[in-house]
Design a protein around this ligand. Sequence first.
Ligand code: 5GP
Length: 234
Amino acid sequence: MQKKKQLYEGKAKKVYETDNPDLLIQEFKDDATAFDATKRGTIKTKGIINNKISKILFELLESKGIETHFVKQLDDRHMLIKRVEIIPLEVTMRNTVAGGMAKLLGIEEGLKLKEPVLEYHYKDDSLHDPLINNYHAKALKLVTDEELDFIEKKSFEINNILKAFFDRKDLDLIDFKLEFGRHKGKILLADEISPDTCRFWDKKTREKLDKDRFRRDLGRIEEAYQEVLRRVTS
Ligand code: 5GP
């Protein structure tokens, strides 16, 4: 499958058309941004690692009945995906308090939540992806009632599958962000699942093995991404 016209370039990925109008190619870049792209950098081989990790996690989720946009991995940096209309709603699932939730509510990072917390953010850079609730999502006509029910149910299922998977890899899945899209009347999990979009802490040492190493200048960024890949494939 060949790349045709570039459809879109985001902060971490590019998307291309193919000969087949239903299929697109997603390319994973090494570019990293944080804090509304005010911080920019490159994480060497990140694109290759995130492509591999996303492939493995999409296949895992598909095997457990979650429909995703993933079709197949093409090469190091490219993945064939189904064309979806991205719903501009970011779903954040949290198992442990960190990042945005710690800041918003003045809670210390690291507090384990009794039940996962689901958050919606309106995907709009100019508004800084504001936290919204289900009423806002419907008022903005981002989703219908049925779509939102489906997305909520799937997000909890995805959390259960991923939490159990990473637990077996001695990684604590702290939180992560999901994006969904519409494809031929169905809602598919889209985007990527990687150390760019998840927080992983080593179960024993609590070492951060994700994009927070870049956001917070913690060093050994490439090594952390490599380590997640190593554990995911072990
Ligand atoms: P927080 O709201 O605490 O900043 O992020 C919660 C989780 O969602 C983290 O795992 C973070 O990586 C992910 N996340 C939230 N928004 C974004 C985003 O715009 N881009 C990326 N790459 N990840 C995000």
